[in-house]
Design a protein around this ligand. Structure first.
Ligand code: AMP
Ligand code: ZN
Length: 497
């Protein structure tokens, strides 16, 4: 089975040929750990987790090394630590910085675990590789690719002839188009920082250029070299990182290790968007993975929605997609949990994904086709194919059975019969759940209409009616959730017009 991947470096879909099939190596740029991950940050996690799982399937689990870093040197981390110190928190600034990164990493793990993402083989933190970053910077100065000035070390972009190849731009175009930091000590406006001085309270490390800290780009180059070597197979990250971050990583690594060729395949996921704009903290149009989990949207639903769109297409999160995903997972759970006598016998531990399914994923990670095939196996009641396919996509079968067979009931039955399967409850709980969901769709439609008409009276009237029936109404940017509470009284819901 040949995996084919679209390589940003060549802009072509290519056969994936690893350097060493006994050790397939992948590096993915990880988060800057200053706050909770937003849903956009989860997209590369789920995309590259799926690729990691496919590689493990094809080459063997012990023959794949996956590195995803934590960037724990950042102004926003320092700012939060300083804020806490000013507010009277005990400890030195360094301790408070450490505390902030520790708690953010713990949140990140909890949130990404909930999405079914495997932990990478290595999760290096930038602060643990400062010595390697300093050594790499020294080497670049010695070979003439970098220069030290006023406590800074800068990479001499014009010394690397292939600069701009990955993103397909010339240096002059980049200067014209990019917001490059102009500093009087730079030889050329394109030159970027490898090392910079730390002032006063900022955390810093001793270096030949004084107390300072590394630039962001050198962190990834140094950690990739240390953990994967001078040449490795795949480098991934969001498309927003292609320029300048990945361009700079390539320049540094190629010049520091002229005998290696850094990453052979560059993969970039497109952005998760909100109304046509990249979801990002700086635009303020974001919600976190934890927001969704707290609203009662299971991690499996989030994972399913993220896989519905191919990684190289932009995508929107919508409440409607979450509803579809939840409905499909509910049907899957119901089928998998149903009477085994109606299904073929055999040990599901050995269920394997069918060849056509592996082919779909191997074709540049076509997860939307893979999910269509999952739908087909469900429809045809092919339990072995279904289980094999879902597992490879990162769904835990036992959890699906537990979570989703009882899921609608737990949300809609006001707690009386929670934990039981829909199929065991007869029609009424199902019908009730469906009716509540119809109100949800109606409320969402009214809200959308009210956004343009600016007349929210219809929304308010329906909300009041739902609340009077004992339903908690949760409205957020991510959509509308209706959660029947302990006082839920279905008779107070009149029939829909
Ligand atoms: P950051 O912490 O912002 O450096 O981002 C961590 C990872 O999330 C990087 O691989 C980014 O490319 C990716 N990322 C950030 N925002 C989005 C988004 N809206 N959609 C998809 N990926 C994103
Ligand atoms: Zn990186």
């Amino acid at each position: 089975m040949t995996i084919r991947l679209t390589n940003s470096k060549t802009r072509k879909k290519e056969d994936f040929v690893p350097i060493d099939p006994a050790n397939v190596r992948m590096y993915v740029c990880g988060p800057t750990v200053y706050d909770r991950a937003h849903l956009g940050n989860a997209r590369p996690v789920v995309v590259f987790d799926t690729l990691f799982r496919l590689l493990r399937h094809v080459y063997g689990a012990e023959h794949v090394t996956y590195v995803r870093n934590f960037t724990d040197v950042d102004d926003k981390i320092n700012a939060e630590a300083l804020r806490r110190q000013k507010a009277g928190a005990p400890g030195t600034l360094e301790e408070l910085i450490h505390q902030r990164t520790e708690e953010t990493i713990a949140w990140y793990h909890a949130d990404m675990d909930a999405l079914g993402a495997l932990r990478p083989t290595h999760e290096p933190r930038a602060t643990e590789f400062i010595a390697q970053m300093i050594a790499m910077t020294q080497g670049l100065i010695a070979s003439g690719h970098a220069y030290a000035v006023e406590g800074h070390v800068l990479f001499r972009v014009r010394s690397y002839k292939d600069y701009g190849k990955l993103s397909g731009r010339s240096v002059d175009d980049m200067i014209a188009g990019a917001r490059v930091e102009v500093a009087p000590f730079k030889e050329d406006p394109m030159d970027f920082v490898l090392w910079k001085p730390s002032s006063g309270q900022e955390p810093g490390w001793d270096s030949p250029w004084g107390k300072g800290r590394p630039g962001w780009h050198i962190e990834c180059s140094a950690m990739a070299q240390e953990l994967l070597g001078e040449s490795f197979d795949i480098h991934g990250g969001g498309l927003d990182l292609q320029f300048p971050h990945h361009e700079n990583e390539i320049a540094q690594s190629a010049c520091a290790h002229p005998h290696g060729d850094f990453a052979h395949y560059w993969l970039h996921n497109e952005m998760l968007q909100v109304e046509g704009k990249k979801m990002s903290k700086s635009l303020g149009n974001f919600f976190t993975v934890r927001d969704l989990l707290d609203q009662g949207i299971p991690g499996e639903v989030i994972r399913f929605v993220l896989l519905m769109t191919h990684y190289r297409s932009p995508m929107d999160w919508t409440a409607e997609k979450a509803r579809q995903a939840r409905a499909t997972l509910g049907k899957i759970a119901e089928f998998l949990g149903s009477d085994p006598l109606t299904k073929p016998r055999g040990d599901l531990r050995y269920a394997k994904p069918p060849q056509e399914f592996i082919e779909a994923l191997s074709n540049d990670l076509n997860t939307s086709l893979a999910l269509t095939l999952v739908g087909k196996y469900l429809k045809n009641r092919e339990e072995f194919s279904l289980v094999g396919a879902l597992r490879l996509l990162g769904f835990d079968i036992e959890r699906l059975k537990e979570q989703f067979a009882s899921f609608s009931v737990q949300s809609y039955d006001n707690g009386v019969v929670s934990g039981h399967k829909i199929s065991a409850l007869g029609e009424s709980a199902w019908d009730q759940a469906k009716r509540v969901d119809e109100y949800r769709v109606m409320l969402e439609a009214r809200r959308t209409a009210a956004m343009s008409s600016k007349d929210f009276s219809g929304v308010d009237a329906l909300k009041a009616k739902l609340i009077a029936a004992g339903i908690e109404v949760r409205m957020s940017k991510a959509g509308v959730e209706l959660v029947p509470g302990p006082d839920f009284d279905p008779t107070k819901l009149e029939a829909l017009q």
